[in-house]
Design a protein around this ligand. Structure first.
Ligand code: AVI
Length: 325
């Protein structure tokens, strides 16, 4: 279909592959052990994340959705974009609220979803083409950094880059700064960056969201081991690890861990790596930082991403910030 282009960045000869897995080996050999959160998102991981988004305890998705439903018209009127780039697009469910408004007001022509899961990206892109007959979709399968590096200059007058769902919280402060700097380099003066951030709130609410009663988050967390087994010929036994998520109040972030239930040794043959675990030792698989609206706006300003408008829900649980370069 002419309106659909899908580029798998990892299959492009220009993308370097020499260091595949080195981030993983590094994290598993340090104390405390960590894993890069990108490995949470194989196709199964992305499916499980979609299920998490529908859980009653997981407040971020429904809160951000409500804000978008209420204010998407304003976002569209201000940005008037012809091209929407979305980092970590997943199933693009919330994005549809924006796409509807853009199309209604006759603005958007190109949608460039970026995601590490090729499976979900392709299914979503095909569905969007059916539902939006005038939209062109150019999906990029890869990490945000890879994809932003490959982004061509826009042929159309205005581009908006959206980063919803508070995925920024999964990055370290340094990682977030690097991303802001990359975005500021890509945007032209007068173009926009739309950022969704999960805000600081009482620990019980956050911890419940990451320890749901149906165990979906636990399955999502444990799936990282299955993904790594497949990719690196490993022998992690998921029954020997347990999900836990604890709020670090001082640093205002939830930390997701996998705790080893016994003393065990895991081998990752493709990396020539043996990893020893003590009973009770954990691997940190994800951080999810919770933001303060004032501080995050100050950070954005340092990269010349100037907040134009901020929207939030009635409890100030989630914020949507529209910045202009
Ligand atoms: C994608 N990201 C913003 C989610 C979060 O809330 O940090 C990932 C997630 N991890 C556990 N539940 C959801």
């Amino acid at each position: 279909c002419e309106r659909l282009q899908l580029q798998h960045l990892s299959e492009l000869p220009q993308v370097e592959h020499i260091n595949v897995g080195s981030d993983l080996a590094e994290g598993l050999t340090q104390t405390p052990k960590t894993l890069p959160f990108k490995y949470l998102y194989d196709d199964r991981g992305s499916e499980l994340f979609e299920q998490i988004c529908k859980l009653q305890e997981y407040y971020p998705t429904r809160t951000e959705t409500k804000i978008l439903q209420e204010f998407a018209g304003e976002v569209v009127t201000i940005t008037g974009a012809s091209e929407l780039v979305e980092l970590g697009s997943g199933s693009s469910i919330k994005t549809r609220i924006l796409l509807d408004q853009y199309q209604k007001l006759g603005y958007l022509m190109y949608y460039l979803p970026i995601d590490v899961s090729g499976g979900i990206l392709e299914v979503t892109a095909r569905q969007l083409l059916q539902d939006y007959p005038t939209l062109e979709v150019h999906g990029l399968v890869g990490t945000y950094q890879e994809a932003l590096m490959k982004l061509q200059p826009t042929k159309l007058p205005t581009r908006t880059i959206a980063f919803l769902g508070s995925s920024l919280g999964n990055m370290t402060p340094q990682g977030a700064d690097n991303l802001f700097s990359q975005i500021a380099d890509i945007l032209q003066v007068g173009e926009y960056f739309l950022l969704g951030v999960d805000l600081q709130k009482p620990r019980e609410i956050v911890e419940a969201a990451y320890n749901d009663s149906q165990g979906v988050t636990a399955a999502f967390n444990l799936n990282i081991l299955e993904h790594i087994n497949r990719r690196f010929d490993g022998n992690f036994d998921t029954s020997q690890f347990m999900h836990c998520a604890i709020y670090n109040q001082t640093e205002q972030k939830i930390e997701m861990h996998l705790q080893s239930l016994t003393a065990q040794t895991v081998e990752l043959n493709n990396l020539n790596l043996k990893v020893n675990f003590l009973p009770g030792e954990t691997i940190r698989t994800e951080i999810s930082r919770k933001f303060d609206l004032h501080t995050i706006q100050k950070d954005l300003r340092e990269y010349k991403l100037i907040p134009q408008k901020v929207w939030h829900d009635e409890h100030q649980w989630f914020g949507l910030i529209l910045c202009r370069l």
